[in-house]
Design a protein around this ligand. Structure first.
Ligand code: GTP
Ligand code: MG
Length: 611
């Protein structure tokens, strides 16, 4: 099979219906990425008529030497009139199919686009300057390509003219870079000696490189295989939003999002994670299309459900009949860090995965590698700029995700610090956390849940309040009970549906069969949380008083109760546990404490301020 194309062949069109392939081109600065692309465009006759001549003439006019790279700038100016481009996007066709080549101007853009799916690439071209040899970014980019799950890579050894077309130089680079790629788990499809400037081995073969028998760059592109569409993978749709119909008496909601992978049909049983709530798809609408009976990866859709369940943005819709996603608060990840400030333990970051946004901390740095050299330093406490690391991240609430090897799209995340993306990576392993056993029960409970026909927001409207769990805790000597009871009284007087629940009321009833021993503490908390969950579902503001709650206790409660329905209040001058509190009430007059608490609930929108 000969697919090589002589530079001046007539314009060729890809067969109709052939799928476009997205390629990213990477490499150290000035190694010739833009030149290679410019040459590909010119030699496949993909440029608009007269463009090449125009750019040549412009150069002459300004008495500067012509560069193929200028072609890209000239095209960019044209494209920029309609759309914003964050990575240079170049379209061209070979005889086989159309291509989109992404010339990533920097790490951050490349990373962002790859992870958010804005610009997925199925294959990569990596350019190395034959004269300069393998440089830092040659390695760094190779590593990123591997981390982002791009399995197809062709390495272009450029500027062979500068080394007098010497095969020995080429062989040395092949040996050195192959060894590196092996470490990061990539087997390149080929190495190609080229001269971008001269057009040698770009779209046509070269006399200068007659010792080389392998494919040209264009051949290598055409030899990349199209990835199987993510349609074959399990169904995953991160919930973007839940809309309610506004007409009176219409209780339907539309669950909206973009399908990351898989297929969904009307009638399918869907389960939302991390909550584990289930329902059945009643109707399906795709954006800009008529009503559908099925929808698949890549579509922006909205569906209505048979049973009206309460779910929110950040959950992932999955199919009951397919593999379950991971649900946990602890993840082992591979990530790379691009922030100027190192990524450190104890600091809070925002992790974005799908539509979920959670606070994340580095629990442990397992291994750090300098991405360019891949030297690994075990047991470091920080991840420096441009490092690649394997870390354990601890999230402040459970999310649903997948492992990179199972469903790549729902395994990718970015890390935001100070409103900017500073890093990103993939989930390698979902680690157990202390709430695993509690969560398993909650997932089953939600799966089996009997939904009411009354919507939570209708209850909220009727009661003129939002259901909430107010945890009032403090030292043993504190007057938390007094405060909690007084709050109940005050809210009741105001016409609220409110209930005070002391721990004692649960301990000797619901918990009658388990002893008050430290090893039973989690089970006590789980039961308390299950009771609270029922009362919250009934639309009640529940005020619970308990001595010295810890963060661990709260984690258990958050597993069983919608985390954003919980308020933690510490009564007393000093906080004696590790609990993260929403409000601290210094000791003193109960009436004053209650006023402050009430204002806090108003601030949080649980009760409303009078007009
Ligand atoms: N001699 C020679 N010079 C080349 C070749 N390819 C590119 N160059 C020169 O190398 C310089 C950089 O080329 P570019 O294509 O702009 O490199 P780049 O990788 O896109 O650079 P950045 O986008 O800035 O990272 C230019 O001056 C090119 O003319 C080649 O095959 N031979
Ligand atoms: Mg360039």
């Amino acid at each position: 099979m000969s697919t090589s194309i002589a530079p001046l062949e007539p314009r060729v069109a890809a067969p109709p219906g052939s799928q476009r392939m997205n390629i990213v081109i990477v490499g150290h600065v000035d190694h010739g990425k833009s030149t290679v692309i410019g040459r590909l465009l010119a030699d496949t006759h993909s440029l608009p008529d007269g463009k090449l001549e125009q750019v040549r003439a412009d150069c002459e006019l300004n008495s500067k030497p012509f560069e193929y790279a200028f072609l890209l700038d000239a095209l960019k100016d044209e494209q920029a009139q309609g759309i914003t481009i964050d990575a240079a996007r170049v379209f061209f066709r070979s005889r086989l199919r159309p291509y989109l080549i992404l010339d990533a101007p920097g790490h951050i853009e490349f990373l962002k686009n790859m992870i958010t799916g804005a610009a997925r690439a199925e294959a990569a071209l990596l350019v190395i300057d034959a004269a300069e040899g393998v440089q830092e970014n040659s390695r760094r980019h190779g590593y990123m390509v591997s981390l982002l799950g791009i399995h197809q890579l062709a390495v272009v050894v450029n500027k062979m003219d500068l080394v007098a077309w010497d095969q020995a130089v080429y062989d040395r680079i092949v040996a050195e870079y192959s060894a590196f790629l092996e470490q990061v788990g990539i087997r390149p499809s080929c190495f190609i000696p080229v001269s971008g400037r001269g057009g040698d081995n770009i779209a046509g073969r070269s006399e200068n490189l007659s010792w080389y028998q392998g494919p040209t760059v264009l051949d290598a592109l055409d030899a990349f295989r199209s990835e199987p569409a993510p349609v074959e993978q399990p169904f995953r749709m991160p919930v973007q939003d839940v809309y309610k119909f506004t007409k009176q008496g219409d209780d339907r909601r539309i669950v909206a999002g973009t399908i990351d992978s898989g297929t969904v049909r009307v009638g399918d049983e869907v389960i939302f994670y991390p909550s584990g709530k289930k329902s059945r798809v009643k109707s399906l609408e795709a954006f800009n299309r008529p009503a559908q009976s099925r929808a698949e990866a890549g579509w922006a859709v909205g569906f209505t459900l048979q049973e009206q369940i309460y779910i929110t943005r950040g959950e992932v819709a999955t199919l009951e009949s397919e593999a379950r996603p991971q649900v946990t608060t602890r993840l082992r990840v591979s990530l790379f860090w691009l922030g100027r400030e190192p990524m450190v333990k104890r600091k809070e970051y925002l992790l974005k995965l799908g539509t979920a946004r959670v606070t994340a901390r580095v629990e442990e740095v397992l291994r750090v590698m300098d991405a360019s050299s891949l030297e690994s330093a075990e047991q470091r406490n920080a991840v420096q700029r441009h490092d690649v690391a394997e870390c354990v991240l601890k999230l402040d609430r459970a999310i649903a995700c997948d492992l990179a090897e199972d469903v790549p799209s729902t395994s990718r995340f970015v890390i935001v610090d100070d409103f900017e993306i500073r890093g990103g990576g993939i989930v390698r392993e979902a680690l157990p956390d202390r709430q695993t056993s509690v969560r398993d029960r909650v997932l089953l409970r939600n799966y089996k849940w009997e939904p009411s026909i009354i919507q939570p927001e209708h209850r909220a409207e009727k009661y003129n309040q939002k259901a909430a769990l107010i945890l009032v805790t403090g030292e043993h000597e504190s007057d938390r009970k007094g405060v909690a009871k007084a709050l109940e009284g005050k809210l009741f007087e105001d016409g609220k549906v409110v209930y005070f629940l002391g721990i004692g009321s649960v301990l000797y009833g619901v918990d009658a069969d388990i002893a008050r021993k430290p090893e039973n503490r989690q089970e006590h908390m789980r039961r308390l949380a299950e009771v609270a969950n029922l009362m919250l579902d009934a639309g009640i503001i529940l005020v619970v008083a308990a001595a010295e709650l810890t963060q661990d206790d709260l984690e258990v409660i958050k597993t069983a109760v919608q985390p954003d329905w919980i308020e933690t209040i510490w009564a007393g001058d000093s906080i004696t546990t590790d609990l993260v509190c929403d409000l601290q009430l210094p000791g003193g007059a109960v009436a004053e404490a209650v006023d402050r608490l009430k204002a806090h609930l108003q601030d949080k929108g649980i009760i409303f301020r009078p007009w």
